[in-house]
Design a protein around this ligand. Structure first.
Ligand code: ASP
Length: 315
């Protein structure tokens, strides 16, 4: 049978997690199993695609750094540029999967081939582990001709979500990922999309010699909290700060002067929302303090966008 070739890039996470008991879904070791073990658990994949597996690294995604994103982006682009490869699947820890998805969505040239990220909420050793089905669905999606031209996709719990807006919204549920306000791009079982693919902007090129990204911090702003942490972040060398603010990015009065001082010192300050959903619109406070509005981006996504902007400024 003439099956498409899918490149599987494994990075660790709970999908590769192992526990001593099948009933243990929290006290396990993430990133314990290799790509071959993940594939061996899903023999049905061989009826859908020829999978070429590569272990890019093995980590719990809570420990991911910008150096890991750069390594993964280079490995994924190499696979996409291979004429024999029809699509790419990446297995990843769920904790920071949304950051990796945004980073890859902005930097990979995947206009003609799909890239699908997946993971699991239960370790591979658990009763009713969700990883095998998620991996099977991700390979089906990456092998499907309708998946190209949609940017990086996240396949989870039978949903196909846009990597640019995906958000982990639950600590333990199998449907841990929310699609953002636009809703899911599609479903699996079988693969189907709710709208045609769209024209995508050109990806941001990564400098060959880049080993990390500029430092951008996120500060969650609670009611009545002083702006000391902003001043500290600036002192510690942050080149940008994302403020996860109440409501529509509402900047408390005591933060106005510290934000203006940070901006005057060359630090980019972005107003985002801690609401989890919705747009943060431009406001006259931005003219006054020099901040900008995150628009529809979550704090995590706004941070990746700003890191990439700062990287581009230095090229
Ligand atoms: N801590 C794990 C990780 O992000 C959680 C998971 O994969 O679900 O690697």
């Amino acid at each position: 049978m003439n099956l498409p070739t899918i490149a599987l890039l494994a990075t660790g996470g709970t999908i590769a997690g192992s526990a001593t008991a099948a009933t243990d879904t929290t006290g396990y070791v993430a990133a314990a199993l290799g790509a071959d073990a993940l594939l061996a658990a899903v023999p049905a994949i061989t009826t859908v695609a020829r999978v070429r597996a590569r272990q890019v690294y093995s980590i719990d995604s809570k420990d991911i750094s910008s150096a890991h994103w750069l390594t993964l982006a280079r490995a994924a682009q190499e696979a996409l540029d291979d004429a024999a490869v029809a699509g790419v699947v990446i297995t990843h820890g769920t904790d920071t999967l949304e950051e990796t998805a945004v980073f890859l969505d902005r930097t990979l040239d995947c206009r003609h081939k799909p890239v699908v990220l997946t993971g699991a909420m239960r370790p591979a050793t658990a009763l009713s582990a969700d990883g095998p089905m998620n991996l099977y669905d991700a390979v089906c999606a990456a092998a499907h001709p309708d998946s190209a031209g949609r940017g990086v996709l996240v396949c989870f719990n039978r949903l196909l979500l846009q990597g640019a807006t995906v958000h982990k919204r639950h600590t333990s549920a199998l449907d841990a990922f929310g699609p953002g306000e636009a809703g899911p791009a599609g479903h699996t079982g079988p693969v189907r999309y709710h709208a045609p693919a769209w024209q995508r902007p050109a990806p941001q090129a990564l400098p060959r010699d880049a080993e990390s990204l500029p430092r951008v911090d996120i500060l969650h702003v609670g009611a009545g909290m002083p702006a000391d942490l902003l001043e500290y972040a600036v002192q510690r060398g942050a080149r940008g700060v994302i403020l996860a603010l109440p409501g529509n990015g509402s900047l408390p009065e005591p933060w106005h002067a510290p934000v203006a001082r940070a901006v005057a010192a060359g630090v980019r300050v972005v107003r985002a929302t801690r609401c989890g959903n919705g747009n943060v619109s431009a406001h006259h406070i931005d003219q006054q303090c020099g901040s900008t509005a995150a628009g529809p981006l979550t704090p995590a996504a706004a941070r990746i966008a700003l890191m990439l902007d700062l990287l581009a400024d230095h090229c």
